[in-house]
Every structure is written in C-alpha cells, then in structure tokens.
Design a protein around this ligand. Structure first.
Ligand SMILES: C[S@@+](CC[C@H](N)C(=O)[O-])C[C@H]1O[C@@H](n2cnc3c(N)ncnc32)[C@H](O)[C@@H]1O
Length: 223
C-alpha cells in the first residue's frame, strides 16, 4: 500500500494488525534458527510490535524499519525505553534513526534503507510485512528485502492465505505457491507450519471468508 494509507491508519488508530502480546508463532519457532545470542535481527515494517522486545530480551540486537513516526514513538513510550533520535540527513541516511539500548528503529520508507544501514544483520523476522503489500507491489518488497539482507542470513516469515476475492486487504493473501515461485531463487525455504486460523479472526468470519490459514517459513538468504 502507499504510505498515505498507513499514515491514515495510524492517525485513526485503526491498527487491528497490532498484537497486545508477543506473537506465539515467534516464540514457538524462533529457536529453530539456532542463532547466536548476540546476533542482529532485522524486522521490516515493524509497527510497534512487542516482538521487537521479545527478540531484544533474547539478547539479540534488533533493527526495525517503520514508516510512521507515531508508531515508533508509541513503541518506545509504551515500553518505557529511553531513546536518542537522529534526524534524517541527506549525507548519512534518508530515515530518522531512533536508538534505544538494544533496539534501533529506522523511521521512514523501507525503500530508502540501505544495506550499509543494516550491516551486521544476520537474521530477520517478517510478520505482517510481506502480506501488507498488494500483489502488484509485493515483488518489489521481496527484491528490496533480498538486497538488504546479507547472504546466509536466516529468518522467519509469517504469511496468511485466504481466497483474496472474499476480502479487500491488507492483509493480502499470499499462497504457498506465490512464496515458492517468487522467493525460492533468493532464499532456501522450509514450511514449518500451516494452521487453520479462521476461528481466531472475527473480521474474516464477519466477512464470510470461507477459510484462512497462517503459515510460518524458515528462510535462508542464498549466496
Ligand atoms: C500490517 S502492519 C505490521 C506491523 C508489524 N509487523 C506487526 O506485526 O504488528 C505494516 C506496517 O508497515 C508499515 N509500513 C508500510 N509501508 C512501509 C514502508 N514503505 N516502509 C516502512 N514501513 C512501512 C506500516 O506503517 C505498518 O505499521
């Protein structure tokens, strides 16, 4: 979606995607990646997710990217983290940078982030980022993610799939076939789980979406 869409959602506090707890799928599957405690984890389109806190509590250095400044400020305020803000500067970065102890958030458009800003990243976590893009923009996101991530970095990807014609996204439906067809050239992919989650999603039930699955993939950047 275009930036204005997301800014209006944050302004109107319509953030149904935000979970009030750490994503149970992250807790369940993260250890599968077998990462060193001090590794650096990139979280694209991070919102104000508590998953950032969970990853930092594991000892990881966490680097997120989020478009909306209110989201970033709420993240630090709601978790009582002191931070230092470095404004965007043409010669250094096109994004505002917010540094707390173990968490750095770049505030601005992911497409303006550079691999230099992510140097040191070994891992990544995508929940509600790939599925935030309509199909016409999704491939550009995958290409940007691939460009930003160093070879051999590993991560988790969480997707949703449902009959797209039954509901206007976001979240957008991303099938296993789409993931395999469009990401397998750049990532080794392993499907870790695929669960029926319709009953936990009243918005989808109310719109009479007939089925809804949530999948978790383990990824490794090729190269
Ligand atoms: C569906 S939400 C998911 C947030 C988070 N991953 C979570 O699990 O709560 C997508 C987020 O991506 C942000 N976003 C959208 N487009 C972006 C872009 N081009 N660059 C950075 N962030 C973006 C939105 O502001 C929104 O907070």
């Amino acid at each position: 979606m275009e930036p204005d869409f997301w800014h209006s959602k944050w302004n109107a506090e319509q953030i149904g995607f935000h979970l009030s707890e750490v994503n149970p799928l992250l807790i369940k599957h993260w250890s599968m990646l077998d990462l060193a405690q001090d590794c650096q984890v990139f979280v694209p389109l991070c919102g104000k997710s508590l998953d950032l806190c969970y990853l930092a509590e594991l000892g990881h250095k966490v680097v997120g990217c989020e478009l909306n400044q209110t989201a970033v400020e709420q993240f630090f305020a709601e978790n009582s983290f002191a931070y230092l803000m470095t404004p965007a500067n043409e010669s250094i970065s096109e994004l505002n940078r917010f540094d707390a102890r173990d968490i750095t958030l770049y505030q601005g458009d992911l497409f303006s982030l550079t691999s230099e800003e992510l140097s040191g990243v070994d891992a990544f976590y995508d929940r509600a980022a790939l599925i935030a893009w309509p199909e016409a923009m999704r491939l550009a996101y995958v290409e940007k993610l691939t460009e930003l991530l160093p070879p051999k970095s590993v991560g988790l990807l969480v997707t949703l799939d449902y009959p797209q014609e039954a509901l206007k996204g976001p979240p957008f439906a991303v099938s296993n076939d789409w993931v395999m067809a469009n990401m397998a050239d750049d990532f080794e992919l392993e499907l870790l789980s695929c669960e029926d989650v319709l009953n936990e999603n009243p918005r989808f039930i109310n719109k009479q979406v007939p089925w809804l699955t949530e999948s978790v993939y383990q990824l490794k950047r090729r190269g």
